[in-house]
Design a protein around this ligand. Structure first.
Ligand code: HDE
Length: 704
């Protein structure tokens, strides 16, 4: 599949060079862990051919013991993930706001490792579940590692970290039978939601299409909390971090995600891996919402409340820099599994705020690595090791890899020439004045749980709203307890009366008769995915259905036209191998139709050729590709006789190209071509594909 081999990956950066020393290509003779040569690893040492295995078989014991200890605890949340290396580069110096070296030198490319993840599922769960996605970035800066551990949604479920175990216990599989896996559609989560209304804004995001990203390359990232930048003069500025994907923010549809879960549980992981292998490097822009300290109380919400966004209309996002992911890890376990993120991994110029969720995270992440990675030396694991020098008096512990020399491991000392001496450009904590009585009390300014949930709803396009309503109906429809359903509907009625009624009707709950709170009518256009269109088909995957007697030359031209635009065409036929073209030449088949599915592609095209089209029109699987793609709002196309296959598929009545029509006839995103300039057809098809999905479509009676 790859157009570019690994060897053509960009020249290594500082992190890559350092990893070189620990890489092992397993290209040598077999040995034990002590380096003793082994010539038989199939038969254990035994007393006679049929006798018992001998204790002295050190090779057997070592091999089995190592195997027995291969597993480490999976992450308690975000267990399933995929990662990649790359670099970050700032556009212009941000020195006005921060002294962080990697944000002030536009000539500098800082190596990064990013791990994307789902939250609720186990390590082996499917990628395309309804869930939040993690977007965690480790910047290997010259001043030490900086971790921006974010999500693909800008708010969180709870306001205070002390509620995190409760929330996670509620969303995880239920403890008595460990059902359901990687799903939020069950009683315990919605029971928690109904009793803890601070979750509601985030639940709106979770029920939206944001929870079903088409690709890790097509989702936003958010730092969520308000952080603080600190400049050379010690002045602070509040900041919210945003990652924006170059390819736009796009989602799958719910029915599709469930089918992909079976057809290709590794869908998002594979997509990331293959994009990088083929040189189509994922790219994101870092943006910042900057708020002067003097404006701390200028909003009708609290900047320290992680269940709130700062609407972009109030504080625009300033584009700051660019991140490119250009190298896949060599070993999943060593790198993606063992990478250890920690919100308190900060560098000079970046600091915290008193957001109570952030404060709790600053405790939790270090703590969790100690159990997950088995002791205090996890920063020495190759993927975690900074490119900045490390020198301190911390010693010993499990898995100590450094051979510290000298007599002294204390400070101050004179016997070791006073080393390690105190740093020259040290991290200095922002001097925020704090005092107050010791109390357990949530601030009054954290009280409003509904306004921004309404703001989110009001900002959605019609189709996004429909998807969100169906999601609520599906999730609550899975809850067995009537009181749980009712309680949530009552909360929805405080967000929007129409939404509450629609959800209630779908789940057999009495719709609330009266409006509880009037919808404030405000919206924030930046929150809708409909308002972030892209005009590119870069890295999109197109299935072309073919059979014996295909117009091969036309398929080849189509493939080239799409490749020029960066999209990949795969030819699918009932059997693997090749199919005969109308001109006698054979067209290579990339995949057998039954090994794939329309849900694994962004568009489905039916090739021309009379014999080919006649066979496909009789093939239920081919017709299902067409109908399902149509149902999932994907671009569908027919070339010449292939248009007849669209006629045979169970689609609504559409205007399809006939003889003498223009080169491209487009109706509800179905593009047909019977003659004329093929370039015109390519342009029209690419235009629809760039739009990702065609929502304005009559799919009610399409059986897929
Ligand atoms: Fe996490 N979270 N979290 N979280 N989180 C973890 O750390 C935690 C929160 C996020 O790819 C754990 O190494 C608490 C918000 C990501 O390795 C753990 C609270 C956001 C990842 C943990 C939160 C996140 C984690 C589990 C509430 C978005 C995956 C394994 C106070 C801004 C990182 C680990 C990776 C992982 C705790 C809330 C994002 C247990 C206590 C808010 C992306 O430490």
């Amino acid at each position: 599949m790859s157009e570019f081999s690994r060897d053509q990956a960009p020249a290594g950066d500082e992190k890559d060079r350092r990893l070189e020393g620990v890489r092992d290509d397993s290209d040598k003779a077999l040995t034990t862990n002590t380096g003793v040569a082994v010539d038989d690893t199939d038969n254990s040492l035994s007393a006679g051919e049929r006798g018992p295995t001998l204790m002295e078989d050190f090779h057997f014991r070592e091999k089995i013991t190592h195997f027995d200890h291969e597993r480490i605890p999976e992450r308690v949340v975000h267990a399933r993930g995929a990662g990649a290396y790359g670099y970050f580069q700032v556009y212009e110096s941000m020195a006005r706001y921060t002294r962080a070296d990697f944000l002030t030198d536009p000539g500098l490319r800082t190596p990064v490792f990013v791990r994307f993840s789902t939250v609720a599922g186990s390590r082996g769960s499917a990628d395309t579940v309804r869930d939040v996605r993690g977007f965690a970035t480790k910047f290997y800066t010259r001043e030490g590692n900086y971790d921006l551990v974010g999500n693909n949604m800008p708010v969180f479920f709870i306001q205070d970290g002390i509620k995190f175990p409760d929330f996670v216990h509620a969303v995880k599989p239920e403890p008595h039978n460990e059902i359901p896996q990687a799903q939020s559609a069950h009683d315990t989560l919605w029971d928690f939601v109904g009793l803890q209304p601070e979750t509601l804004h985030m639940m709106m995001w979770l029920m939206s299409d944001r929870a079903l990203p088409r690709s890790y390359r097509m989702m936003q990232g958010f730092g969520v909390h308000t952080f603080r930048l600190v400049n050379e003069r010690g002045e602070g500025t509040f900041v919210k971090f945003h990652w924006k994907p170059l390819l736009g923010t796009h989602s799958l549809v719910w029915d599709e995600t469930q089918k992909i879960g079976g057809k290709d549980p590794d869908f998002n992981r594979r997509d990331l891996w293959e994009a990088i292998e083929s040189g189509q490097y994922p790219e994101y822009e870092l943006g910042m919402q900057l708020v002067p300290e003097s404006q701390e109380h200028a909003f009708d919400f609290d900047l320290l409340d992680p269940t709130k966004i700062i609407p972009e209309e109030l504080v625009p996002v300033t584009p700051v820099g660019r991140m490119v992911l250009n190298r896949n890890p060599d070993n999943f376990f060593a790198e993606t599994e063992q990478i250890a993120f920690h919100t308190a991994n900060v560098v000079p110029g970046i600091d915290f705020t008193n957001d109570p969720l952030l404060q709790a995270r600053n405790f939790s992440y270090l703590d969790t690595q100690l159990i997950r990675l088995g002791g205090p030396n996890f920063q020495q694991l190759p993927v975690n090791r900074p490119v900045a020098e490390v020198s301190n008096n911390q010693r010993d512990g499990f898995g100590q890899h450094t051979v510290h020399r000298g007599r002294t491991s204390y400070f101050p000392n004179s016997l070791g020439s006073g080393c390690p001496y105190l740093g020259e450009a040290p991290y200095t904590h922002y001097q925020e004045r704090v005092d107050g009585a010791k109390i357990r009390k949530r601030s009054e300014s954290f009280k409003d749980h509904y306004s921004q949930a309404t703001l989110f709803l009001n900002s959605l396009a019609g189709w996004e709203r429909e998807h969100l309503t169906s999601a609520f109906q599906f999730e609550l429809g899975k809850c067995e307890t009537a009181a749980v359903r009712e309680r949530v509907v009552a909360h929805l009625n405080r967000i929007d009366h129409t939404l509450a009624r629609a959800v209630a009707v779908g789940i057999g709950v009495d719709p609330p008769a009266a409006e509880e709170v009037a919808n404030h009518g405000r919206s924030s256009p930046a929150l809708s995915q409909a308002n972030a269109p892209t005009d590119s088909v870069f890295s999109r995957r197109i299935a072309v259905l073919a059979e014996e007697g295909v117009n091969a030359a036309e398929v080849t031209r189509f493939r080239e036209a799409m490749a020029e635009r960066g999209a990949a065409v795969e030819v699918l036929a009932p059997d693997d191998g090749s199919v005969a073209g109308t001109d006698g030449a054979r067209l290579a088949v990339d995949r057998a139709m039954h090994t794939m599915s329309s849900v694994l592609y962004d568009a489905v095209v039916v090739a021309g050729g009379a014999r080919c089209a006649a066979a496909l029109a009789e093939d239920g699987l081919a017709l299902n590709y067409v109908a399902e793609a149509f149902k999932h709002a994907k671009p569908v196309a027919g070339l010449h006789e292939g248009v007849g296959v669209l006629e045979a598929a169970p689609l609504p009545r559409l205007r399809l190209a006939g003889d003498g029509d223009a080169a491209a006839v487009v109706d509800q995103g179905v593009v047909t071509h019977r003659g004329g300039d093929p370039e015109e057809f390519y342009r029209a098809f690419a235009g629809v594909l760039a739009g990702h999905r065609v929502w304005d479509r009559d799919t009610a009676r399409v059986p897929a």
